[in-house]
Design a protein around this ligand. Sequence first.
Ligand SMILES: *Cc1c(COP(=O)(O)O)cnc(C)c1O
Length: 530
Amino acid sequence: MSLNNQGRPTHVGEVGDSFRPTTFTGNRGLDMEEPLIFEFGRLDNTGVDLDEPESFESELGGHERTNELGLPGLAEPEAMRHYVRLSRNNYAIDSGLYPLGSCTMKHNPRLNEKMARLPGFGDIHPLQPASTVPGALELIDELAHWLMVTTGTSAVAMSPKAGAHGELCGMMAIKAAHTANGRKPEIVLVPESAHGTNPATAALLGYKVVAIDAKDDGTVDLDALKTTIAKHEGNIAGIMLTNPNTCGLFERDVMTIADLIHEAGGYFYCDGANFNAIVGKARPGDLGVDAMHINLHKTFSTPHGGGGPGSGPVVLSDRLAPYAPLPFIRKTDAGLELVETDAQTKGDEKPFGRMTAFHGQMGMYVRALSYMMSHGSDGLKQASEDAVLNANYVRVGLQDIMSLPFGERPCMHEVLFDDSFLKDTGVTTLDFAKAMIDEGYHPMTMYFPLVVHGAMLIEPTESESRAALDLFVATMRDLVLSAKRGETERFAGAPYLAPRRRLDETGAARKPILKWTEPAPAEVTPVAAE
Ligand SMILES: *Cc1c(COP(=O)(O)O)cnc(C)c1O
């Protein structure tokens, strides 16, 4: 049996099920088979001993519960083991390279966590009077300041809780601005490579979405844009453009696009999810952007995915600033004020409403600011340069045996391959991604963007070392060559070595089973007395 340098078998025949002994417990060494808590928790078990209450008279007027609560009871160590074992089934940026394109899965420095847990930040409550949390307001205001500086804009709405929520916020500001100007345009332009959240946001606000074609090089077709604008003259609310775009390419005509949209009476919404590629290099405000969300959980390294809540502040141009939603912080000579209601607004402040119950994701603000301050402006710029360098390192390492839909030109922070290199191998993009799991990698983003057939979008981020990238490239090369040699078995049943084999993902999405129902007790056949 041949082994790779991690001591794991490299060839298909030796990787299959027969490779593993069947165990009595169903566990595979440290890979525990963990049941649902309902399956092994017992009603008569508890982690705490409470004394029997003294006799008392219920004041619930007969509404008290008479049956069992039905919650599974566990001893304290059992509860702990359950969650620790489940957590070990989780692939995380802390366990390996996470090349999920479009998601910017970068290292979350522990310094950020330490700052977020300082009692003055960690223990405050959103219902505390603003007068008792001046430090928190100052931190939000300082983060807002640096977000405006890095983007070249003059206002920022801090409260949105994710990128998609930020899109909604920015587009609501755009809608409010049109309404204030006595206009009711109906159309939002969205390039065909857009992230699905862009057209969804526009549609949610009642706009009609019109797609703009891409050129063969993967960027917006200016002629198509001009024709579409002319066709819908006077009815264009704006454009939602991702830059760098979802093909990992910088839209070089971005300033012309901004001019065309502004001349047509529309606003320029930029999806800023890919900001990690250009921090310190280009400022969206200088490119004509009117509104852009920033995924703090991507660019500014706060945890995401299963790891924590997102945060999607939206920077706004002068023209949209007055419509920023409540709550917001106002600077006065006496210090910072929290504006929470319409009654408190002044001057040209015309908030379109409110996006969230409270003030946004405070913990993420602390993490993002701590990331920014620990890097400084030179460090943030370097992070972007390294992210782009790493993606191009992967591109060059793989371009001779995988296929690039837009040719061998430099990419930004992510590199997009398509599946034409798998043609006639009998291996699909999905199979290929699943075989990466056996190699200990989270798969790259698959089948997105939709404009490219069998897309494979790889984003290593800046936080991977050259050694980590070399191993990744070598692994990918091994998989490609294996597919080309016709070793379909390695792919068709993959993953072989994960806690679960190939899952019915469509079934899980379309018909999720969200509620555990207790199985009927097993029938016991009475044993006849002798
Ligand atoms: C991640 C992403 C979004 C959505 O951001 P969420 O924080 O997941 O809501 C939107 N557009 C692009 C291009 C993205 O990569």
